[in-house]
Design a protein around this ligand. Structure first.
Ligand SMILES: *Cc1c(COP(=O)(O)O)cnc(C)c1O
Length: 361
């Protein structure tokens, strides 16, 4: 038998299941399984990608100064306290790598994002899952789940796949109640979809034990380029920069992200379209007997009577060229997560669910 074995924890990782993109034999498919922007990237970001082509023989910036300055300007944050990564997934990885190892615990919620568990295991740490209250983050449960081994506590706010969020006073209560060796991570992948919400930046600014992660993959429509960032106390950003590869982001990705965040008009347009069609879709599904919690993000968690009904509806939607996400892996077997698409997509989903409810299969 081979003596070549991976580090403890690695073989406990189940491979991440991405949203499907194709259905065999079905044309005109609409992908609503990965919370992508249905309107695509800003035309200015696409132009920046084209313009970058003549420079791809050059190594990219290693300090990401221009992108950090653009983020700082757009968000009113100190660029010195920002770190950029290959998606916010990489920031999550850095956090686990830098702060959690064998014997340490990483706390996340029942319906929390899969990468928290994966990154904790990859670092050799022990993931600890705590319950939610009716699909909402439960601060008391999180605090009760902490021990003197807890090094990281992850919440997404708004959360994926539930779409729910908790208010600033609850987040502050969580931060203030943590044991002294624990760092709170506020995953703000969907923060931009909430009007006027800073993603928790002011809570980060006022404390030394909170970090926020953000992404260009959702509202900004750059999931394919892999750009995310983190904002935190200076000493923590310094630690994360030590484990970051010097050329983690390509010049193309950096240029596109900078153009995207500066195109505030396009961002506003996307935010407004999402809010409009999210309400429309949630109401249309509710009228068909498929309720959902009020979503603060760019998807709806549609709840069915049973796992069997959710799976049958998913199969029917697929046959109609509509790919949504099963979330049994998130302890939500009765539900389907449906990304808010454009008008055509939302109307197609509502019509297909109506046909399903009327007995089509
Ligand atoms: C999509 C998502 C991310 C972001 O992933 P990227 O690596 O930035 O593409 C992070 N957290 C949650 C909860 C998400 O849904």
């Amino acid at each position: 038998m081979t003596k070549i074995t991976p580090q403890p924890g690695i073989m406990d990782i189940s491979l991440y299941q991405g949203g499907a993109a194709h259905v065999d034999g079905v044309e005109n498919v609409i992908k609503l399984s990965s919370n992508e922007n249905p309107l695509g990237p800003s035309p200015k970001a696409a132009e920046a990608v084209r313009n970058s082509a003549s420079e791809i023989h050059r190594y990219p910036s290693t300090d990401h100064a221009k992108l950090r300055a653009a983020i700082g300007e757009a968000m009113g944050l100190d660029p010195e306290r920002i770190i950029c990564g290959v998606g916010s997934d990489e920031i999550i990885t850095f956090l686990c790598q830098a702060y959690a190892g064998p014997g340490d615990e990483v706390v996340h919620t029942e319906h929390g994002f899969a990468m928290y568990r994966i990154s904790a295991l990859a670092a050799g740490a022990t993931p600890v899952e705590v319950g939610e209250r009716d699909r909402v983050t439960d601060v008391d449960a999180l605090l009760a789940g902490c021990t003197d081994r807890t090094k990281l506590v992850f919440i997404a706010n708004p959360n994926n796949p539930t779409g729910t969020m908790i208010g600033a006073s609850e987040v502050a209560r969580l931060a203030d109640g943590l044991p002294p060796q624990a760092l709170l991570v506020l995953d703000g992948a969907y923060a931009e979809f909430v009007d006027g919400f800073d993603g928790g930046a002011s809570i980060v600014s006022a404390r030394d034990n909170v970090v926020m992660t953000r992404t260009f993959s959702k509202l900004y429509g750059l999931g394919g380029l892999r750009v995310g960032w983190g904002y935190g106390p200076r000493d923590i950003i310094d630690v994360l920069n030590r484990v970051r590869g010097p050329f983690n982001l390509s010049g193309t990705a950096l240029a596109a992200a900078e153009a995207a965040i500066r195109d505030t008009e396009y961002v506003e347009h996307c935010r407004a379209q999402n809010a409009r069609w999210r309400t429309w879709l949630a109401e249309a599904l509710a009228e068909l007997g498929v309720p959902s919690d009020t979503s603060c993000a760019n998807f709806i968690l549609a709840r069915f009577a049973s796992r069997a009904e959710a799976e049958a509806c998913d199969d029917y939607l697929k046959s109609q060229g509509l790919i949504v996400r099963r979330v049994a892996g998130y302890n939500l077997p009765n539900a389907l997560r449906i990304t808010v698409g454009n008008e055509i997509a939302c109307r197609r989903v509502a019509a297909a669910v109506a046909a399903f409810k009327n007995g089509a299969s």
